[in-house]
Design a protein around this ligand. Structure first.
Ligand code: NDP
Length: 331
């Protein structure tokens, strides 16, 4: 009943951009109320994504301050706003993509909230929805990868990277990954990458050309950004796809399109949100993802589940390249 919903909650706000010192853990934030088209979710597991650090540092602008970070969580649907047909039923376990997830309760659009099938273990919804959908839409829509295709995946042991490796293995592609430590490279190999290169101490382009008979990869999936963009371009085959989907090392500087003509390269800078903009798209890809998880194609790797108040340490670990797989917060 609505009388059971407390008035205040704990959560993490930022009042300005900066390092991890701007993350403020509060215990007296107002519990928000769902309006039309929205639902109220009591979060059990909150997913951390690299994008959260962009909103913290100011690489991406928060709409206003104070601002609650966090784009996804799994929890219990507590209430739906007025005139919100089609929302999952009250009490069901749901996962959503939205904003303001670093809190005990979040109001979020019903359109991007979906019930988690019972066969999916607790926390795997939050560990999977954003990075899993990113990886799946990248290899289906950004560049449709086919069986036998050679592709390049940077940060292959990261959250999104491990999803990419596993989904690419599932579709029969041949993945060349990159990662900074031997432990990470071993993990990426276990998750389906055929070869994993140390991008700091090995000649990635030479390795790619050797493996592909001098042709190059048909697609480069590059979430590292500034540090790897040029290298990715060099590794591409003629008519290949340059898919630049993130900025873990910084934003890619302005680019002259004439460079694409050297190999008739297609360049795309996609975001997940534009692949799953409609309810139909979100449901379609989420159901495919859940199905793959249930069938056992995916080993969901959780690096650590941090108490919400330890969010600064979690951001430090992520930005310090100390993590593999998914970071979660527990309110
Ligand atoms: P990850 O778990 O992949 O963590 C980032 C990894 O990037 C690190 O572990 C590190 O791996 C690598 N890296 C390389 N250079 C740096 C650097 N200078 N600083 C920090 N890390 C570096 O994070 P996510 O899976 O959350 O995100 C990966 C990328 O995908 C991000 O750029 C993110 O913005 C993007 N993304 C984009 C989406 C979209 O819709 N466009 C959606 C989801 C993610 P190593 O040590 O092996 O180099």
């Amino acid at each position: 009943a609505s009388s059971d919903i407390p008035k205040t909650m704990s959560g993490v706000i930022i009042n300005k951009n900066g390092g991890t010192e701007v993350l403020e853990y509060k215990t007296d934030l107002p519990v928000p109320q769902p309006q039309e088209g929205e639902v109220l979710v009591k979060n059990d597991y909150i997913g951390i994504n690299y994008i959260d650090t962009y909103f913290r540092t100011g690489l991406y602008s928060a709409p206003s301050f104070p601002y609650i970070l966090g784009r996804e969580a799994e929890g219990t649907l507590i209430a739906a706003g007025p005139n919100t047909p089609g929302a999952p039923s009250t009490g069901s376990r749901v996962v959503y993509m939205g904003t303001s997830a670093y809190a005990q309760y979040t109001v979020t659009p019903a359109e991007k909230t979906i019930a988690v099938p019972a066969q999916i273990p607790e926390s795997h919804g939050a560990a999977g929805i954003l990075q899993g959908l990113t990886a799946w839409t990248l290899i289906r829509e950004a560049h449709h990868v086919n069986k036998g295709d050679w592709v390049l995946v940077h940060a292959a042991a990261g959250g999104t990277g491990l999803w990419l490796c596993q989904l690419l293995r599932m579709v029969g592609a041949r993945t060349i990954g990159t990662a900074s430590t031997e432990e990470k490279r071993e993990l990426a190999r276990k998750n389906g990458a055929e070869v994993v290169v140390d991008y700091h101490n090995e000649d990635l382009k030479a390795k790619v050309m050797e493996l592909t008979g001098g042709l190059g990869v048909v697609a480069a999936f590059d979430g590292v950004g500034k540090a790897t963009f040029d290298l990715s371009m060099e590794c591409l085959a003629r008519k290949g796809s340059m898919i630049s989907f993130g900025n873990a090392s910084g934003a890619v500087p302005p680019f002259t399109i004439a460079r694409l003509s050297a190999k008739n390269v297609r360049l795309m800078r996609p975001t997940l949100f534009n692949f799953v903009a409609t309810r139909e798209e979100f449901e379609h890809y989420s159901n495919e993802l859940f199905d793959m998880m249930i069938k056992g194609h995916i080993d969901v790797r959780i690096h650590e589940t941090y108490p919400l108040k330890d969010v600064a340490r979690a951001h430090q670990d992520l930005e310090g390249r100390k993590t593999t797989g998914k970071l979660l917060l527990k309110p």
